[in-house]
Structure formats: structure tokens, C-alpha cells
Design a protein around this ligand. Structure first.
Ligand code: SAM
Length: 218
């Protein structure tokens, strides 16, 4: 898909933030996708794609939607939970000052790091571990993005959000998932749902246990 077609299709679905569209246009998504899925239809299609270890890269629309909901600024320090392929972290890096991304599966983190560094992006810090507890060493964060479905809005992560900050996260509810935009105003949480979602589970101390089934809400 050429850039214009991609941008037009995202705009038609409600992605109107020019900086987000620009960042999506600049990051070569095919570099983060496994060889069998590197066709235009698959790479830029509506479904998440496998990246190994039973995990997925989110669709380009989901990445754009969550990124837009973060309302990023070039001065922001961002925490991402669920590095996965590294694609979302690469997009975030073009819109913020620094990105801290946590992945519990070592191989995925190492691979994502190789790809992102090969793109000459040097503002992403890779952490291997349980992101459901956040990463206190660098807190507070202006923005937090969770890219795996959580059983509840994780308080540990809300607590690491700076005053006036925004967290975007897929959260399970009655057998379904919704992408929630959570704001911290005067220390209080304000949350709204913006779209249904279909993410793999957040596994960890403040997420699901490792042996429960792959997708949350079911
Ligand atoms: N952001 C990714 C990308 O751009 O490819 C997609 C993330 S994928 C949908 C969800 C990722 O969250 C998986 O790689 C999974 O291993 C990771 N994950 C699940 N629970 C986690 C946890 N507690 N801490 C860190 N990573 C976690």
C-alpha cells in the first residue's frame, strides 16, 4: 500500500491527527512483521498478526487509534507495556522525547530492539520483565500505553502516571474488551471507552496468570 492510500484509509476511519498519520507513514511496518505476512493486504489489514510465542502485532488502525488517544507531545516520556514486535514503540518514538518499553518475553524484546536500532531510532529503552507493575525507576510518565488486555485498569500503572497524564489500555469487561482512555486530573481517575478491542492478555502480578487462555474476556 502506498502512503497516500494508507493515510486515506486511516483518515476515513477517524484518524485525523496529522502527526500520528505522519509517524505511521514513516515507520516501515513490514520490517516488524514475520516473512509470511509481508504482503500489503496482510501487513496493513484489519487483523492482528502472529509474531511468535503466541503473541501478536496489532493492526495498523489499532496502533493509530491508541497513539492518537495518547495526545502525544515531543516533550513526553512514555511507558509502553508489551513491546511485542516493537512497531508501536517505533511509532511512539517519533512523537515523544523518550519511550520505555517493557516486554516479558526476552526473545521478542531482543528482536524488537534489533529492528528499532537498525532504523536509527535511539530514544527507546527496552526492559525485559513484568510490565503489569510498571517501572518505578523512571516514573512518573506523561503517557502510559498498555498493549495487552488487562482484567482491570491497573492501579500500579495509574500511580506511575504524572498529574495531567493519559493512559490508554485495553480492559476486559463482561466477556469483551474495550480500549479505555484514562486521565489523571488532581490525582483522580477519569476513564472512557473509545472502541472494542481484541488483544492478547497482560500476564503478570497485576494482570492474568500465565496459564489462563490466550485472549482475555473469554
Ligand atoms: N505493542 C506490540 C507491537 O507493536 O507489536 C504488540 C503487543 S502484543 C499485542 C502484547 C505483548 O504484551 C506481547 O508481546 C506480550 O508478550 C506482552 N505482555 C503480556 N503481558 C506482559 C507483561 N506483564 N509485561 C510485559 N509484556 C507483557
Amino acid at each position: 500500500m502506498n502512503n497516500k492510500k494508507l493515510i486515506d484509509s486511516l483518515t476515513a476511519k477517524g484518524i485525523t491527527d496529522a502527526a500520528v498519520l505522519d509517524a505511521i507513514g514513516k515507520i516501515p511496518r513490514e520490517r516488524f512483521v514475520e516473512q509470511p505476512f509481508r504482503t500489503v493486504e496482510m501487513c496493513y489489514g484489519e487483523s492482528p498478526l502472529p509474531i511468535g510465542h503466541n503473541q501478536t502485532i496489532s493492526s495498523v488502525y489499532t496502533v493509530a487509534l491508541m497513539t492518537q488517544a495518547l495526545a502525544l507531545d515531543k516533550k513526553h516520556k512514555v511507558l509502553e507495556i508489551g513491546t511485542g514486535s516493537g512497531y508501536q514503540a517505533a511509532v511512539l518514538s517519533l512523537l515523544s522525547a523518550s519511550v520505555f518499553t517493557i516486554e516479558r518475553i526476552r526473545d521478542l524484546s531482543l528482536k524488537a530492539r534489533r529492528i528499532i536500532e537498525s532504523l536509527n531510532i535511539h530514544t527507546v529503552t527496552f526492559i525485559i520483565g513484568d510490565g503489569s507493575i510498571g517501572f518505578r525507576e523512571y516514573a512518573p510518565y506523561d503517557r502510559v500505553l498498555i498493549t495487552a488486555c488487562s482484567p482491570d485498569i491497573p492501579l500500579s500503572l495509574f500511580n506511575q502516571l504524572d498529574e495531567g497524564g493519559i493512559m490508554v489500555a485495553p480492559v476486559a469487561s463482561n466477556g469483551f474488551q474495550n480500549i479505555c482512555v484514562i486521565e489523571k486530573k488532581n490525582g483522580t481517575m477519569f476513564s472512557k471507552e473509545i472502541a472494542p478491542a481484541n488483544f492478547v492478555k497482560l500476564i503478570g502480578k497485576n494482570g492474568y496468570e500465565a496459564q489462563t487462555s490466550k485472549r482475555c474476556g473469554f
